[in-house]
Design a protein around this ligand. Structure first.
Ligand code: ZN
Length: 492
């Protein structure tokens, strides 16, 4: 009997799920065990985000907003509701978003005169105000953003962080004097993505220009960063768009140019979805033992685990905590009744980057034992070198994560030149790189064949255009001379 109890205890404290082989179970379990979100809220498709994810997502917001503000975007808070007539102004936007809109039709007991949408995205809210605010070329570029929650009545199966009916994001909206300026903004949005998602959140991605048939509803050109899931599926992360001129015309967003003539603005928008990016952070970096947070967005960066709750140990832990906090490090002390082993498993599962193990021995010798979650290794350091050591490790730490993730991504991409090869690559949970006849409207037929035969989608062409050659010189579907090199993968 005792043995069974022990086994159960062991099962409770350790987290050990094969992430690569059993991704779906891994994801479901880690969301529950690490207390990232509670799915028991009683409205379908909505969930409660818990402190361990919120603390990290707050940091993510901070990094993105800091960069946006540095680049001249001004923050706004727009109403959550958008009147129905605004939606009707740009036809493809209406068509794309209407099926997903939640409508408010009553206020108190009264029917509203006009239905109000819970914003699924805020183009149609921002641009009517742009028409009031923008007067002259001197007002341009007009760069805004807001952090907001948005609502989409998803019909696809929901999954915490990746797809839910309410999610958290930033949306930027900018007006420009020329299409050239607008395209510069689109490029700058891609740089922001690199600066924050890659360099701070340690996420590898490829920016694709989406094919004509897969653009944002209402966009002239759409560029989206795809991140890879371990199950071989692409997750679309931030996208940036040059919008159709119909938006500026429909909302009357005009300016008086230097030549005194009234002209329509060119509008761009960019939407990093924080809660969805968080999903990729935990999915890309986590391992069989649980989460691994990048240094700068870890809810807690260092946990101190005293071997017992002995008064001396707790006092020492408190001193170390203060010293670290004075150096702007997020620290926690585990004062629970758990055994040292249980504490170790627990914080490894939670993905805390560093653990300081504290026992009587450490106090006497003035040496600290430090565990690194990225490599699973322990080091002993002199107590007086602690801050210097942390400074050094914090830089190394993210490098481990980004290198590991980059390699996994690159290994997955393979060239294909036939349907047989394409099918086998997709079945093996990889990304196919293929020649394609066109990413304009005339290529859509071939894209439909891809989807029908493999279940995968043409993600688009890379921003750094690649010339078809060798295996990619012909369209993988119709065999015509390839105009483009595209990437094909399943999507989440
Ligand atoms: Zn073709």
């Amino acid at each position: 009997m005792v043995k069974k109890e022990e086994q159960r205890e062991e099962k409770k404290v350790t987290f050990n799920i094969d992430k690569q082989g059993n991704f779906s179970e891994w994801f479901t379990e880690i969301v529950k065990r690490a207390e990232l979100a509670d799915l028991r809220y009683n409205v379908k498709g909505f969930l409660v985000f818990q402190p361990w994810s919120v603390l990290s997502m707050e940091k993510m917001y901070h990094f993105l907003e800091t960069v946006l503000q540095r680049k001249g975007h001004k923050p706004y808070w727009f109403p959550t509701v958008i009147p129905e007539k605004n939606f009707r102004i740009e036809s493809s936007h209406v068509k794309g978003f209407t099926p997903e809109v939640f409508w408010i039709t009553k206020g108190g007991g009264e029917e509203l005169e006009e239905k109000l949408a819970l914003r699924p995205t805020s183009e149609t809210a921002f641009y009517q105000m742009f028409s009031l605010w923008i007067r002259s070329y001197k007002d341009l570029p007009f760069k805004t953003y807001q952090r907001a929650n948005v609502f989409r009545c998803e019909t696809k199966a929901t999954r915490p962080f990746l797809r839910s009916r309410e999610f958290y994001w930033i949306e930027t909206h900018c007006a420009h004097a020329s299409e050239k300026d607008a395209m510069e903004q689109v490029k700058d949005d891609m740089n922001t993505t690199k600066e924050v998602l890659h360099d701070i959140f340690c996420l590898p991605f490829i920016f694709f220009e989406r094919p004509e048939w897969d653009k944002f509803p209402g966009a002239k050109r759409t560029f989206a960063a795809d991140v890879l899931n371990p199950d071989g599926k692409m997750v679309q992360q931030p996208s940036t768009h040059l919008l159709n001129p119909e938006f500026a015309k429909g909302f009357d967003v005009k300016f008086k140019d230097k030549d005194e003539k009234e002209k329509y603005c060119f509008i761009t928008c960019y939407g990093p979805a924080i809660s969805r990016i968080f999903a990729s952070v935990i999915i890309v970096h986590g391992d069989n033992k649980g989460l691994i947070f990048p240094w700068n967005i870890a809810p807690v960066q260092i946990v101190i685990t005293p071997i017992s709750n002995d008064e001396k140990l707790i006092k020492k832990a408190g001193e170390l905590k203060s010293e670290l906090e004075n150096n702007n490090i997020a620290v926690d002390i585990d004062k629970s009744e758990r055994s040292p082993g249980e504490k170790f498993y627990f914080w490894e599962m939670k993905g805390v980057p560093l653990r300081i193990e504290l026992g009587k021995k450490e106090i006497e010798s003035k040496e600290l034992t430090i565990f690194r979650r990225d490599k699973g290794t322990k080091e002993k350091i002199n107590e007086k070198d602690l801050i210097k050591y942390i400074e050094k490790i914090s830089k190394e730490y993210d490098k481990t994560l980004i290198n590991r993730a980059n390699n996994l991504f690159q290994e997955r991409i393979e060239d294909v030149s036939s349907m047989k090869e394409l099918k086998s690559i997709i079945e093996n949970e990889k990304i196919a790189r293929a020649g394609f006849c066109s990413v304009e409207k005339d290529g859509e037929k071939c894209a439909e064949v891809v989807e029908k035969e493999t279940g995968a989608k043409v993600r688009g062409r890379k921003i750094e255009l690649e010339a078809p050659s060798g295996k990619t010189s012909k369209c993988v579907i119709c065999g015509k001379k390839a105009k483009e090199v595209v990437y094909i993968a399943k999507e989440y």
